[in-house]
Design a protein around this ligand. Structure first.
Ligand code: NOJ
Length: 553
């Protein structure tokens, strides 16, 4: 099946709980999504990715699924979902679902059954093992909280959970589990959805015998499942038995993978995934995880992007993103809250003029920023509380950890979308389930709709340009000024058409001289975040967080 259309999509990600409350209970829902479909379309988005909207006890806000074939009643029901699917399709938008099959919720029927006895047919759906004396079966630690094994007194066995203890890992080596996964895929594809974003999909195969791992402060054992022995085989099976039979695409999330790993999954005729969500470029201000904060390094960012652009060129396809529900807001990280509009526009340009499919996270298109909470009690996420325990063990005070959480927590991306300047940012008529960022009176959709120079209207322009210029989608990528720690410069090339993209990551003035062969006075300045008179010659001095895209034909 030729599904190359995914290369020309612009995907808008909805994290439903904070998107828009349509029924007045303080929680975002599908009624709200339905209300806002025209808005999403108005951005130029041609696809929606729903973070999990299935029934879930919300130990990890939907990434702990209790029923794969239904809709969380807090958000709506299947009838409402079908309506949205239909309405999205009518607007020319695809819909993809989050497929979370590395683990289920411990409240999923399979787990409840399998826990009843060792000979229950569902027991082997999970990794149940005997302990070693009084100790768990091996030394693995969860990536979320403490040990990766939870003891069950009734069975006198432990089960494996590489995320929270409410997220037991599925045993993908069991062919029945793989049949269940395929059945879930068919259920949604038969309904008409257009593909999946597959959660931590490269973790689904665990090393035989579950050997001890190299000791680390968290996620000990990860080398035994980060790209396990059967992962390619299982993904090929899903592709062959299901995905290839539908006109759909799959994008897989893969923590700790570099561009070479990505090629293993996404290149070649028999590729398993169409795109991969990598993390390298999200580590330009931290070490391995957002929580270990470091000063932002543009060189690190450029290196990460360029590796993926160069290595995938002609072989595979990039997934372009700078925000999602797992990371703090990008303006507060790589941009500047002081130069809010300038940096929000620059970051969008820098990312989405590259080769790949753009993914935009709700609220990113208006430049939503991080929130500052007054106490840890106001946070909601399992990861924040897990980190709290870790940092306290290291001797950090409450106040110091609060500062870290405010800066690095993924909850920064989970505050309600700021629709207007009315109470609760127009998100809900009731008290929202999570704090609204107090800056909603300045940063909101309604006011940006009115302003032709707003971040929102810039996103629209940027997307429109991209969608109407093949060079922006398919052009070759070449980086310039690699050693600059202030400017990110690259060109794109396709059949005689060229783009030169210049982005400044500083509030200082920097003299930019165009690479050889580019006469700026001959280029058309198609996108910029400042008012600029026609450029003469080959150089100019940048203003804070300035970005320019020149088009040559
Ligand atoms: C990745 C998801 O994006 C994240 O939100 C979740 O907590 C973990 N996978 C576990 O499912």
């Amino acid at each position: 099946m030729d599904n190359n259309w995914y290369k020309e999509l612009v995907v808008y990600q909805i994290w439903c709980r904070s998107f828009k409350d349509g029924d007045g209970d303080g929680i975002g829902d599908l009624h709200g999504v339905l209300e806002k479909l025209d808005y999403i379309q108005s951005l130029g988005a041609t696809a929606i990715w729903f973070s999990p909207i299935y029934p879930s006890p919300n130990a990890d806000y939907g990434y702990d699924i209790a029923d794969y074939k239904d809709i969380n009643p807090e958000y709506g029901d299947l009838k409402l979902f079908r309506k949205i699917l239909n309405e999205a399709h009518k607007r020319g938008m695809k819909v993809i679902m989050d497929l979370v099959v590395n683990h289920t919720s411990d409240e999923h029927q399979w787990f409840i059954e399998g826990k009843k006895s060792k000979d229950n047919p569902y027991h082997d759906y999970y990794f149940w093992r005997d302990g070693k004396g009084d100790n768990p079966p091996n030394n693995w630690l969860s990536t979320f909280e403490g040990g990766a094994w939870e003891y069950d007194e009734n069975l006198d066995q432990y089960y494996l959970h590489v995320f929270s203890k409410k997220q037991p890992d599925l045993n993908m080596d069991n062919p029945k589990v793989r049949e269940e996964v395929k059945d879930i895929m068919r259920f949604w594809l038969d309904m008409g959805v257009d593909g999946f974003r597959e959660d931590v999909i490269t973790f689904i195969s665990k090393a035989e015998g579950l050997p001890n791992g190299f000791p680390l402060p968290i996620a000990t054992g990860i080398e035994h499942y980060k790209k396990g022995p059967h992962v390619h085989e299982y993904l090929k099976e899903f592709r062959h038995d299901v995905i290839d039979k539908y006109d759909c695409f799959v994008v897989g999330e893969s923590p700790m993978s570099n561009s070479q790993d990505c090629l293993e999954f996404t290149a070649g005729d028999d590729h398993e995934l169409d795109m991969m969500i990598g993390f390298d470029h999200m580590e330009a201000d931290c070490f391995m995880t957002d929580t270990i904060h470091m000063p932002f390094s543009l060189k690190k960012l450029k290196k990460a992007f360029t590796h993926w652009q160069d290595d995938l060129a002609g072989k595979a396809w990039n997934c372009l993103y700078i925000e999602n529900h797992d990371h703090p807001r990008i303006v507060s990280r790589y941009g500047s809250e002081k130069y809010h509009d300038e940096s929000a526009k620059m970051l969008a340009t820098m990312c989405y003029m590259q080769s790949g499919t753009p993914f935009i996270y709700q609220g990113q298109e208006i430049g939503m920023t991080n929130i500052t909470l007054d106490s840890i009690d106001q946070f909601k996420d399992v990861v924040t509380f897990n980190n709290e325990r870790l940092f306290k063990k290291l001797g950090l005070s409450d106040q110091r950890y609060l500062k870290i959480a405010n800066k690095t927590s993924r909850e920064n991306a989970r505050t309600p979308v700021q629709w207007d300047s009315s109470e609760n940012a127009g998100f809900s008529t009731a008290e929202p389930w999570f704090n609204v960022n107090p800056n909603y009176t300045q940063i909101n959709v309604a006011s940006q709709e009115e302003d032709p120079n707003s971040v929102l209207n810039y996103y629209r322009k940027l997307i429109k340009f991209r969608q109407s210029h093949k060079v922006a989608i398919y052009g070759d990528y070449k980086e310039h000024l690699k050693n600059s720690s202030q400017l990110y410069v690259y060109e794109r090339n396709l059949d005689g058409e060229r783009l030169l993209v210049v982005s400044s990551f500083t509030d200082k003035s920097v003299k930019f001289t165009a690479p050889e062969g580019f006469d700026l006075s001959k280029g058309e300045l198609v996108l910029t975040n400042y008012t600029i008179s026609p450029t003469q010659g080959t150089s100019f001095v940048t203003r804070p967080y300035e970005t320019r895209v020149y088009y040559f034909k």
